[in-house]
Design a protein around this ligand. Structure first.
Ligand code: SF4
Length: 675
């Protein structure tokens, strides 16, 4: 499988892109990753829109998008621009266009960039099922090209950039019938429009491939990067705008965005970022900025490795354009089954075995009790000598007393194994021995650890604490030492290290060995940044199909770490433990207060584990964009809502005051309600 989407999957090297100018702001090339957002005001309300653009610019937003749903709205962009100039706000504006080519032409006269959606620029979505012959398909393409060409010419002549922004949920019927709602269909949809741009000699183009499903977004961006690379043949290609659409709000919205956007940035893909949250758009800016700055720091550091990148004999996943979990064997690790078809497990690493087991157990019991809706599945403690390990039975008793009955694993540096071996042999209840290995570890220590674990009858996990390029050698040394139940990596480059581990295990025929993904919270990071880091470190490999368990360390509140782990698993679509909300960020088309409505619906439905509920601001894009939601609540007119089951509208023009009750009734009628 071609890995043309990435320059090296084990190092963060930026994709080669050409610079596209958005007014005074350069995008792509050597420019910083640009932060952008979108207004939520009515575009006809000049003063409210200008105020919000100004607020966004003050918050650090470098490009602002404004919806232009009609010719009138598009015309009003000129007044908005003039008022912004008066206030000396020079942030470039992007007109967001769906369905209205004429509005695009008008908008292109006064903004720096136009965003079009290839799924609906010249097509109305009718959900029609139809077979296209090649000739009919070509005729359709020609019709679309004729509609699109005038805008391309206008942009080329006016120095206006364009984003070809494909959304998973709004592919045209033509694409759906030929490709389905697949990443391949998304890519094809965008390339059809690029063909017209290139025919017209217009290259100020930026792409996006958004989906509310982080996995789909990752696959589509990768596939597009690979296809563009083929076309560019090594020359700089078009820049990418990254986003996960309808990500929702709060921590879940941030986690889902970080997984999708962060995974791509780890691969060097992405030149501008918009984090879509169902919140005040100003709150999107710090999240996007944190993702951008984290990535730039890594790209700068990794540039040094670019001269001697790690090369491995086997790919890290069978297919980077589709999710397929590594096929591993199932192991019982102290009563807990891990790997195989088991769900990805959640473990908390609590540091040194406590000197005061009773006090530590009581604190842990309280903390885990606060997140009783999700269950921690394993505990990990650290030991460096036999005396620490000898406290384990007392700890086990204390944990039992507070109702915490979980497998307890112990991590020991390989060099300390000789000290710990007698203790380990005697210790009761060690579910697994996690042996820390680094480049300093001598083969004898590895052999001692392997035989100690075997003698004690305790499963052994090799925990490789190393940079990605050190991983292959450590895998070989650990395997040479004998027995191994599982592997894990603990690295500041968690994603690249996990890939290096998976690739090496595959290369040496040990592909069935389960892998534990470890994340250690950076002590200097604030809570917001810690959440993003964990989501990327764990979510990126999970989306690649790597990882049978996740283990979080360094969190002062273990319950909080467990809660975050489950949010990450749900954001990566690997384990569903709560209601999934797909809510749009709102824009000038929105027909109700999305933040307030989403909060109200959440309050009534957040106990419905596994049910997907979409809350969408408008009927124009909402039904298409709500993806695979089970139920939809979509604004259909002022104070009116349409309710959906899947893609089917089942109640129209429901008064907003009754709509939440009707939604609950609908969920009950479909037997998805729980008391
Ligand atoms: S679905 Fe939401 S964000 Fe999308 S166009 Fe409609 S109101 Fe705007």
């Amino acid at each position: 499988m071609s890995l043309d989407y990435v320059r090296n999957p084990f190092v963060g090297i930026r994709r080669l892109t050409r610079e596209v100018r958005i007014g005074d702001v350069g995008l792509g090339g050597a420019n910083p990753i640009r932060v952008q957002s979108m207004t939520t005001t009515d575009t006809m309300d000049t003063s409210a829109t200008v105020d919000q653009v100004e607020e966004l610019a003050d918050a650090g937003c470098e490009i602002v998008r404004v919806t232009a749903p009609s010719i009138r709205d598009a015309g009003n962009l000129r007044a908005i621009k003039a008022e912004l100039r008066k206030r000396r706000v020079h942030v470039p504006l992007v007109a967001d266009i769906h369905f209205t080519p004429n509005a695009a032409l008008i908008a292109s006269e006064c903004v720096e960039k136009v965003r079009i959606n290839p799924g609906n620029y010249a097509d109305k979505k009718k959900f029609e099922v139809r077979e296209y012959s090649d000739e009919q398909y070509r005729a359709e393409l020609e019709r679309v090209a004729e509609r699109f060409r005038p805008l391309v010419r206008r942009c080329r002549e006016g120095g206006v950039a364009m984003r070809i922004g494909t959304n998973h949920g709004s592919l045209s019927d033509r694409i759906m019938n030929r490709y389905g709602d697949t990443p391949a269909g998304m890519v094809e949809s965008a390339l059809e429009f690029l063909d017209v741009c290139e025919e017209e000699g217009f290259r100020d183009v930026v792409f996006s491939m958004k989906s509310s499903n982080a996995q789909v977004a990752i696959q589509a961006y990768r596939l597009l990067a690979a296809r563009l690379e083929e076309r560019a043949g090594g020359a700089p290609s078009y820049p990418f705008h990254l986003g996960v659409t309808e990500a929702g709000d709060g921590e879940d919205g941030r986690v889902k965005s970080a997984i999708g956007i962060g995974s791509l940035l780890e691969d060097g893909i992405g030149d501008t970022v918009r984090v879509s949250l169902t919140e005040d758009p100003v709150r999107e800016v710090p999240v996007a900025t944190a993702l951008a700055r984290r990535t730039e720091a890594r790209w700068a550091e990794d540039a040094e490795c670019a001269t001697a990148p790690l090369e491995l004999d086997a790919p890290f996943v069978p297919d980077p354009y589709a999710h397929e979990r590594r096929a591993t064997k199932t192991l019982s690790l102290g009563g807990l089954d891990v790997g195989g078809a088991e769900p990805v497990r959640v473990e908390i690493d609590l540091g040194a075995i406590p000197a005061d087991p009773a006090g530590a157990a009581a604190r842990l019991g309280t903390s885990l009790g606060l997140v009783s809706e999700v269950s921690c599945e394993g505990l990990l403690f650290a030991a460096t000598d036999a005396s620490a390990i000898q406290r384990l039975p007392a700890l086990g008793t204390a944990l039992s007393r507070v109702g915490v009955e979980l497998p307890v694993a112990v991590r020991v540096p390989a060099a300390a194994v000789p000290d710990c071996v007698p203790g380990c042999d005697r210790a009761e209840g060690v579910a697994r021995l996690v042996v820390e290995v680094d480049v300093e570890t001598v083969p004898e220590a590895l052999r001692n650890a392997a035989s100690a674990a075997a003698e004690a009858g305790v499963p052994l996990e090799w925990c490789l604490r190393a940079s990605p390029d050190e991983i292959p050698g450590l895998v070989d040394s650990a395997l040479a030492a004998g027995v191994s139940a599982a592997f894990s990596v603990e690295s500041p480059r968690a994603n690249h290290a996990a890939r290096a581990l998976a690739a090496r295990l595959r290369a040496v025929g040990a592909d069935a060995v389960p892998v534990v993904l470890r994340h250690r919270r950076n002590a200097d990071a604030g809570d917001d940044r810690a959440l993003l880091d964990a989501a990327i470190d764990l979510g990126a490999p999970l989306c690649d199909g790597i990882g049978d368990a996740v283990s979080l360390a360094g969190f002062a509140d273990p319950g909080r770490a467990v809660d975050l782990a489950y949010r990450i698993l749900q954001g990566a679509r690997l384990r569903t433990t709560r209601t999934e909300y797909i809510s749009c960020p709102s824009c000038g088309r929105t027909l109700f207060d999305l933040e307030e409505t989403t909060a109200r619906i959440k309050e009534r439905t957040e106990h419905l584990k596994g049910v997907k509920i979409a809350v969408m601001g408008c009927i124009v894009n909402g039904p298409g964009e709500m993806a695979d939601a089970d139920f939809g609540y979509v604004g259909s007119g002022p104070a009116q809502v349409n309710l959906y089951v899947g893609k089917e509208v089942v109640a129209r023009a429901v008064p907003e005051a009754e709509a939440a009750d009707r939604l609950v009734e609908l969920i009950r009628d479909r037997n998805r309600w729980l008391e």
